[in-house]
Design a binder for this molecule. Structure first.
Ligand SMILES: NC(=O)c1ccc[n+]([C@@H]2O[C@H](COP(=O)([O-])OP(=O)(O)OC[C@H]3O[C@@H](n4cnc5c(N)ncnc54)[C@H](OP(=O)(O)O)[C@@H]3O)[C@@H](O)[C@H]2O)c1
Length: 415
């Protein structure tokens, strides 16, 4: 591919403009924006109007353009653009986690079929280089787990509710005023956004394809001051944590739940809009990356890094896919959770295997104990509808209760 790349850009919003600024201020890398596709014909633009187009094919069918950069906020149309470009033999960079997670297998196949490269570092944890770290640095080491804080909006809300004792609604409003949360925050606060990222990361860490509809996500919408009191009493913080973990030789579990983290956990000190990613390797142990998970410039910087990688012919090799052909996604695990409930029937629904802590007060109750993840999955709607709150406690996730307890022991010994 030519060194001086010619870019066709889709989207000139927060990330598109961030990329434009970052690229034009780059010292070493030169590329040219040939055309920029946008949607709204009446919007004022900060650049000469000749550079913009409303016709996607003006970019997609332009033989002069080497790279398509897709930065729009519509996942369905993004997939149309990206799949068309890949089929035409164009390399593509995207930041769209929803689109990538929903079409991971098709996008994987399209790259191989057309011998083109699709890079999406910016889709997962903004400026944190998690995908290329897994692809390149950990290419030959077996990964045991990846967890972290993959969503800045919810981390900002949780930080404010815990440290400044703002109510959930006040914290959400502040996040929206500061531009960290969208006017419709559903994807963030219900945990869909970190789930999409977890699905993408799972492919690079383990070679596993998981479908969004099979992966549990419970967010922070039912958080109550009583749940925060529990954190205060124990010296914990609450974080929204995707877990991607090998639970046996052939199985990987992926889910998103709020989590009580103690001060030993790297994520304890990741506050406000920041993201963090913990990678556990078989031999290297834990690595921890922290950085800005969103925003025009941090995300634009990750997109630029992908564009630059394309200039030297970089492709994801998906080595874990060939190294782990038998590894499969599973929900058949047990987890240790805190569960705040109202009535005995709520507790019976989750059917705890063992309860290690119990509190019954005049207006609320909680238990801490071991439960099958499948029971949480089948009662997700019930939990949310009845304003109950479930959150992981500690690190233990395993395929049987006895393994879970063994894991607890080994974790205690390692501290
Ligand atoms: N914001 C972040 O911090 C962040 C971080 C990581 C990843 N991302 C991802 O990056 C992508 C862009 O996010 P953003 O925050 O930059 O969105 P945004 O500020 O809402 O901007 C979206 C842009 O896409 C354009 N657009 C929408 N539909 C289009 C279509 N059919 N054809 C051409 N252009 C179209 C819009 O055009 P108009 O200008 O005409 O409205 C606008 O310029 C999303 O996938 C998002 O998930 C964002």
């Amino acid at each position: 591919m030519a060194k001086n790349l010619k870019i066709g850009l889709f989207g000139f919003g927060c990330v598109g403009q961030g990329l434009y600024h970052v690229l034009n201020n780059s010292k070493g890398f030169k590329a040219e924006f040939v055309k920029i596709a946008v949607k709204n014909k009446t919007k004022q633009r900060p650049l000469d109007k000749g550079v913009f187009t409303f016709d996607k094919y003006e970019i997609l069918d332009n033989p002069e353009i080497d790279v398509i950069v897709e930065l729009i906020d519509d996942a369905e149309e993004a997939f149309n653009i990206v799949s068309y470009a890949l089929s035409k033999g164009k390399h593509v960079v995207t930041a769209n986690k929803k689109m990538v997670a929903q079409h991971l297998r098709e996008l994987f196949d399209l790259q191989h079929k057309n011998n083109v490269s699709l890079l999406y570092e910016a889709s997962s944890c903004g400026s944190i280089p998690i995908i290329r770290t897994l692809e390149e640095y950990f290419d030959n080491e077996q990964i045991e787990k990846v967890t972290g804080i993959f969503n800045g909006t919810t981390n900002y809300i949780l930080t404010k509710t815990i440290s400044e004792k703002l109510s959930y609604q006040e914290a959400l409003k502040q996040a929206q005023e500061k531009g960290f949360a969208e006017s419709d925050p559903t994807n963030d606060v219900e945990g869909f956004d970190p789930k999409f990222k977890a699905i993408i990361i799972a492919l690079h860490a383990f070679g596993v394809f998981a479908k969004p509809e099979d992966v549990l996500n419970i967010g922070i919408t039912t958080l109550h001051p009583n749940d925060i009191n529990y954190a205060d009493e124990k010296g914990y913080k609450i974080k929204l944590v995707p877990t991607i973990k090998r639970v046996s030789k052939d199985h990987v579990s992926i889910f998103v739940l709020p989590k009580y983290v103690d001060s030993h956990n790297h994520l304890f000190s990741v506050d406000n809009e920041f993201n963090g990613a913990i990678v556990g390797g078989e031999f290297s142990g834990e690595q921890f990356l922290k950085g800005k998970g969103a925003g025009g410039h941090p995300t634009g910087a990750a997109v630029l890094s992908d564009i630059s990688a394309l200039s030297y012919g970089y492709k994801y090799e998906y080595k874990k896919q060939t190294q782990n052909p038998n590894l499969q996604f599973t929900n058949d695990v047990f987890v240790k959770v805190y569960f705040r409930y109202n009535r005995l029937i709520d507790l019976e629904k989750l059917n705890f295997e063992e309860i290690t802590e119990r509190y019954s007060g005049s207006n609320y109750n909680y238990v801490v104990g071991y439960v099958a993840l499948e029971n949480i999955i089948s009662n997700k709607d019930y939990i949310l509808k009845n304003n109950l709150f479930v959150a992981l406690v500690g690190e233990e996730i395993a395929q049987s209760i006895s393994e879970l307890k063994a894991e607890k022991k080994s974790l205690a010994q390692s501290r």
